[in-house]
Design a protein around this ligand. Sequence first.
Ligand code: NAD
Ligand code: ZN
Length: 359
Amino acid sequence: MFRNFKSVNKCAYGRGSFDKLGDILAEKRETPEACMVFLVDEVFKGNQPFIDRIPLLDQDLLFWISVSEEPTTDLVDGLRDEILEKKGLPAGVIGIGGGSVMDTAKATSLMLTNEGSSTLYQGLNLIKKPGIYHVGVPTISGTGAEVSMTAVLTGPEKKLGLKCDWTVFDQIVLDPDLIETVPTNQWFYTGMDCYIHCVESMTGIFKNTFSEAYGWKSLEMCQDIFLNSEDGRSAENEEKLMVASYMGGLSLTYSEVGVCHALSYGLSKIFHYHHGIANCIAFNQLKDVYGEYVDEFHAMVEKHNIDIPQNLSANWSEDEIDQMAEVAIRLEHMWIHAFGHNWKEVLDKDRIKGWYRRM
Ligand code: NAD
Ligand code: ZN
């Protein structure tokens, strides 16, 4: 399979990098009036020391982004319209937050130059024009959204990414200082997104030596962080997690996710579970597919005393289980990756429903 993808153009890594963001942006302001748009996770609202570090000039715009729901096509279309109305085309968009805010920034950059609703562009290579300069600053690590070529949006009909070369960030700033305030349960759920990306990437047919180099290394770092070290949230481990997330994302670009992500999409679509926790709910029950990795996951859950929701299916109707299975079974590329081109010989909707019933 021929794969030829764009990478993030520039990557700053290290503690204190966030304080260089003003200098980085200055180079991209072609006139003194050039406007930058900052999309910032609402969790930082009221956190004055943090706000003081955002290099906001008088002409810039700042939007607080609520992440109580994962990003929607409506959110992005609304941001685009408001920005164009207030400022015309800005010089850049900067997303400061987790996967939700980074995906919102990637999508907003694209929608500022592509007409109509973002629902028109959910899919591969549907975007017609390059977006504007965009920067990602993760404040929680695991999704790999900082490095991936997709911006996942929930629309009225589907949860699907705007995926093309232009989606990829022009610049990312990886500053491990920024992730220290993440609550432990969330640290674990989003961190496990990275662990699961690696497990899935490394256990399917689409992997190659290139994705393996990133995938095995990232997996090893996750094991160090979540299992083998005394203190999972040590300064060194926060640094490792930022790099593991980046490498897990790169591994996936050159491979594919698998069973857990297919099931997780069903959970998110029907019951609106967020990505990280949905993955944990699903992976918890996938011993028959991912074997020792699921044992290892259980050990990590126990070590950090994390709450993974269980016995959910007791409250699900047969129809809801059927709807989730329908969402999952359509993700054919994930099943091919996990079970091979003859996946229909080992998998049908009943097996998928069986997994949901265990959750
Ligand atoms: P998130 O962005 O929703 O953030 C999770 C929670 O952590 C939120 O409550 C947020 O406010 C909080 N938070 C973030 N940084 C914090 C900090 N420094 N201190 C305290 N709280 C903080 O979660 P996520 O798991 O990073 O991202 C999930 C999203 O990413 C989903 O929308 C999913 O679809 C998307 N995703 C995208 C890709 C991709 O390749 N584009 C890959 C995986 C997931
Ligand atoms: Zn994921």
